[in-house]
Design a binder for this molecule. Structure first.
Ligand SMILES: *Cc1c(COP(=O)(O)O)cnc(C)c1O
Length: 432
């Protein structure tokens, strides 16, 4: 299958090229040329299938033409070594817990799939020393580092701002060793991102090294996120509740929501979507006014959603042929400020005993406000609450138990290389 750029100013490419390149040369995002409708028979029996079986059917619709069945199946089954359970909260509201992977955030699904697919292509090309660069403000670095851990032929450099990620997050990418190098940059997240961007433009580096990036723009990180929408539906169907299903997605760069929109295009019976924003509300505003005004992000309690110019907005526009009317028919917007996030975490814990993380809280709150009586609502719980330990403990005013996998990370020895934000230092490190 071919992949085209949303900017339509670059040639169509193969899956391999889209995955290895990440961004199209015209700075557009790659999209699959076809979105196949899955057969009715698949939806009739979906509640009898395992998560891996469901995911393989979805993966086959996109990647089946380009990867042998055995290999693709192996990649899908290895990626999904954990469950995404649907948990009933109250009334007709369910939480889709996406935090049971190795780093306890939904990004594990896309990062693990991409690592395996890139590993496969690199082996096919006979390359042995590909360097993956990733700048992180927290969650992305841990998911990518853990996803690529031990993948042959690939070395990952995680760039993170010194003193600006939580202790738990830092442990998740500084204690791994093997093919993961953590670079502690004396600067901000923006400085880290600038170093990565400069590296991709540097002639000498690109002549001497095979560089690639593992951000959410990459098609191999974004498309696999469709898997769990189907799995959530299957779990509802098993309970006889799969009618008028609404998915609510706490959104930052909008990769997660866009994967859901693609699932709907493939025939998944979804009534509508809700996009939940925090104070970074450019998409909310777009839905209200039809105008898109990107601006610098502001810091909030749900910091993984602090995005002022969401990259996957281009994919949403493309999917709906730039029609504001069509987009608003499928997606409704909600927005929650920090005070509301605090209230909803505390109130939900008191009332139901369920501990939300600040991102999932936006999703739950939107369903509380906007779900109709004849609908069933699923919000995506995108990270485990203990990843934001200080925030949630100060809200519910008690000590929260840290899950075993996170404790394991915290036992490891922190190893990172301190660097200035000067590009020459970073370049020298890469050339070592
Ligand atoms: C990355 C992230 C989000 C935002 O997801 P997008 O796909 O960028 O919209 C939401 N919650 C958590 C916990 C995240 O790590």
């Amino acid at each position: 299958m071919k992949y085209y750029s949303t900017n339509k100013q670059a040639p169509d490419v193969s899956l391999q090229e889209a995955v290895v390149k990440g961004l199209a040369p015209d700075k557009g995002l790659y999209m699959p040329e076809k979105i196949k409708q899955l057969p009715q028979d698949f939806f009739d029996k979906i509640d009898t299938l395992s998560f891996q079986e469901i995911a393989y059917t979805v993966a086959d619709a996109f990647f089946g033409e380009d990867i042998e069945a055995d290999t693709l199946k192996q990649i899908v089954y290895d990626t999904l070594s954990f469950d995404t359970p649907l948990v009933h909260i109250n009334d007709n509201i369910y939480s889709l817990e996406l935090y049971h992977g190795p780093t306890l955030a939904f990004k594990d699904v896309g990062a693990r799939f991409m690592a395996r697919l890139l590993g496969y292509f690199i082996k096919k090309q006979g390359q042995t020393d590909v360097k993956v660069l990733v700048a992180t403000s927290g969650d992305t670095g841990s998911a990518v580092a853990n996803g690529f851990l031990g993948v042959k032929g690939i070395h990952v450099y995680v760039l993170y701002p010194k003193g600006k990620v939580s202790e738990i997050q830092e442990c998740q990418f500084t204690t791994l060793g093997q093919n993961i190098t953590a670079l502690e940059i004396d600067g901000t997240f923006d400085d880290c991102q600038a170093l990565v961007k400069t590296a991709f433009l540097d002639k000498e580096l690109n002549e001497k090294l095979n560089l690639t990036s593992a951000n959410s723009i990459n098609i191999a990180r974004f498309l696999p996120q469709a898997f769990y929408y189907f799995h959530a539906y299957a779990q509802l169907k098993k309970q006889g509740k799969a009618k008028n299903v609404v998915f609510c997605v706490p959104s930052g760069n909008f990769g997660n929501l866009t994967a859901g929109l693609i699932a709907k295009r493939m025939g998944l019976p979804v009534e509508r979507f809700i996009a939940a924003n925090n104070a970074n509300d450019v998409f909310f505003e777009y839905l209200e006014t039809g105008k898109y005004n990107p601006r610098p992000s502001v810091h909030t309690l749900a910091n993984a959603m602090d995005v002022g110019d969401p990259s996957n907005f281009a994919r949403i526009l493309d999917l709906y042929n730039h029609s504001h009317k069509a987009i608003t028919e499928d997606i409704e917007g909600y927005r929650f400020m920090d005070e509301a996030i605090t209230n909803i975490v505390g109130y939900t814990y008191d009332r139901t005993g369920y501990l939300l993380d600040p991102h999932g809280a936006c999703g739950y709150a939107a369903l509380e406000d906007g779900l109709r009586d004849d609908e069933v609502g699923i919000f995506l719980e995108t990270a485990h609450p203990t990843k934001f330990l200080d925030t949630v403990e100060s809200i519910v005013k008690k000590e929260i138990e840290i899950p075993q996998p996170l404790k394991e990370f915290m036992k490891g020895e922190k190893k990172s290389i301190g660097l200035s934000k000067n590009f020459d230092d970073f370049k020298a490190e890469l050339l070592k």
